[in-house]
Ligand binder design. Structure first.
Ligand code: ASP
Length: 598
């Protein structure tokens, strides 16, 4: 090794030792008589002192060194003089008195500061990713990501799981997204597809008797770019035989609890993880990804609203919609401008408007008088109605009730986003809290308005709940699936289900989804046949690793938790991919390019 110790490990106990360090010039300070260089490696920083009277040659070398040059330094560890110790870094008590220095490589002036966490244009960071990854924040992310994945592997290994690799070159495995295709040279005109997830493969592994499988799996989905999406992402893909819902959820809860307590102990959890049904989540939070870091539960006010003279309320109920709201604590004094902002906010989410009811004063709700109510709707709502609404939404004096009336879907969408916005404005989320929760009992099918057909809520392989399979043909919207999601802080972190394991039931589900017999045979034949050879009951889940890292690091950009991500537009600026290929390569594949985008 070109070094005897890392740059992050020296402490007062090492004083007097002769060490060799190797790393990058993080910062150089020339004090005339002395030169100080902070040498950095993956482990940390060590201050090196060059004194021309003690080591003139080393000092000469130090004079040439510039930021990000690579250097090897030998010298004696000594305690820093009193008053110059730096309690902010682990090596802050000591420094190395250089006796020898060897430049190992030069560096051009970097396009941005590596030694600072300053704002840098993202394209530039991605173009020079190797410099970006040298920065402390990104280095810490890589280390954390490694620890997370290692923890997961060890935890599952101890519980009898086998890690099995599944192919990247496979056949189209429909899971709702578009496939990436790879042309076959040996069979011109035929293509492999990259897996959208190893879903069918892990089910086949259950048919193979593996019983407990996992894989840190790469999934490829050719979807339209979106801020939090990447063309490829990593999942902890997991499947178990002979299980029911709670077995999978208990395993994941145990894993995530132990993981966070061990890897990010400064984070806190709600224990045990709340488990809500889809219906409960939609009723109380208007979304199936509730952020449980704060309260502000919603209440359905449709029955109270129907009994008023307020046309906004009665009209919504009469046309089959709902009236729903929640109470924002301590917001009674919101100004006109602030409430107007909230009105604009819900409109942007599709609502027709927002009714606000401010309860001014600090007495008891029972003594509420008309004079204490501030609302554009107060003319139409009696004090008794307002008191009912307040009780239902849990509002108190000093609070403001926020109500949306309209079609159920848009009302929920607008209100759940408004709840999120109020949580942010009121700074209600404890920054250290990761509020995990499971949502289960989703509908198996979802009506696709645009295409006029039933889609699978999750994917085609999920089992209907006992007793509800009888509606598959007659009333698909009524079938509950044995589906579950793991959510945290308003994000979906994982989806999974207990699977169908018989051909007959699986074919009935495919039929509702509109697949023809030929399509089923072509795409799913292998799975259906495997079901006929004694496939055991099984189920699984697939938590996203990138999303988990975002929650653990608090980073809100998915590209910041991936070593070499693509841009929002699916470009790799480091390699310049995607790119045209040589004519010879196309010829071998018998491919002809008809148009190019550049
Ligand atoms: N394959 C599914 C997905 O990628 C997860 C699962 O059902 O296990 O979303």
């Amino acid at each position: 090794m070109l070094k005897s110790t890392s740059c992050g490990s020296l402490t007062a106990e090492d004083a007097g030792k002769i060490v060799t360090l190797a790393g990058w010039v993080n910062r150089r300070r020339d004090h005339g008589s002395l030169v100080f260089i902070d040498v950095r490696d993956r482990d940390g920083l060590t201050q090196v002192v060059f004194n021309p009277e003690i080591a003139p040659e080393a000092c000469e070398v130090a004079g040439q060194l510039r930021s990000e040059w690579v250097v090897q330094v030998e010298g004696e560890v000594r305690l820093r003089p009193e008053g110059t110790r730096n309690p902010n870094i682990p090596t802050g008590e000591v420094e190395v008195m250089a006796s020898r220095a060897v430049p190992l490589n030069r560096s051009l002036t970097p396009p941005f500061y590596v030694n600072e966490d300053s704002e840098v244009d993202e394209l530039l960071r991605m173009q020079y990713r190797y410099l970006d990854l040298r920065r402390a924040r990104m280095r810490d992310m890589l280390i954390l990501r490694h620890r997370v994945v290692k923890f997961i592997r060890d935890y599952l290994d101890e519980r009898g799981f086998l890690e099995v690799e599944t192919p990247i070159l496979i056949k189209s495995t429909p899971e709702g997204a578009r496939d990436y295709l790879v042309p076959s040279r040996l069979y011109p005109g035929s293509f492999y597809a990259l897996p959208q997830s190893p879903q069918q493969l892990k089910q086949l592994l259950m048919a193979a008797g593996v019983e407990k499988y996992f894989q840190i799996a790469r999934c490829f989905r050719d979807e339209d770019p979106r801020a939090d999406r990447q063309p490829e992402h990593t999942q902890l893909d997991l499947e178990m035989s002979f299980v029911e819902e709670d077995d999978v959820l208990d395993l994941i809860e145990g894993l995530y609890t132990a993981l966070i307590e061990s890897v990010t102990p400064h984070k806190s959890l709600i224990k045990p993880f709340p488990r809500l049904t889809y219906a409960e989540a939609m009723a109380s939070y208007g979304t199936d990804k509730p952020d449980l870091r704060f309260g502000m539960k919603m209440a359905d006010l449709s029955d109270i609203a129907a009994n008023t003279d307020f046309r906004v309320f009665t009209g919504a109920v009469q046309s089959g919609g709902i009236v729903k709201g929640f109470s924002a604590p301590g917001c009674a004094a919101y100004s006109r401008r602030q409430t107007d902002e909230l009105i604009e906010f819900v409109k942007a989410w599709g609502a027709r408007g927002l009714v606000t009811i401010a309860l001014n004063g600090d007495g008891a709700l029972e003594d509420l008088s008309a004079a204490q109510v501030r609302s554009a709707a107060s003319r139409f709502l009696s004090v008794e109605r307002i008191r009912q609404i307040a009780r239902r939404t849990g509002a108190d004096m000093g609070d403001m009730i926020l109500i949306v009336a309209g079609a159920e879907k848009t009302t929920n969408q607008a209100l759940s986003n408004l709840r999120h916005e109020m949580g942010r404005r009121l700074d209600m989320a404890r920054p250290d809290l990761i509020a995990f929760a499971f949502v289960n009992d989703f509908p198996l099918f979802e009506w696709n308005e645009n295409e006029g057909r039933w889609d699978a809520m999750h994917h085609a392989f999920s089992m209907p709940k006992y007793g509800s399979e009888k509606y598959i043909e007659t009333d698909p919207g009524r079938v509950t699936g044995r589906l579950y999601d793991l959510v945290a802080n308003g994000f979906e972190l994982a989806s999974g289900s207990i699977r169908i394991h018989t051909r007959e039931l699986q074919e009935r589900v495919f039929e509702v989804l509109g697949y023809t017999k030929e399509e089923v045979a072509e795409r799913f034949g292998q799975l259906l046949t495997a079901f006929e050879y004694g496939a055991p009951p099984h189920g699984g889940i697939a938590p996203g690793i990138d999303r988990l890292l975002m929650v653990l690091t608090g980073m809100d950009n998915i590209r910041d938790v991936i070593a070499f991500p693509k841009t929002q537009n699916g470009i790799d600026p480091l390699f310049g991919a995607p790119s045209p290929v040589d004519q010879a390569q196309l010829d071998e594949l018998k491919l002809r390019v008809l148009t190019t985008s550049h």
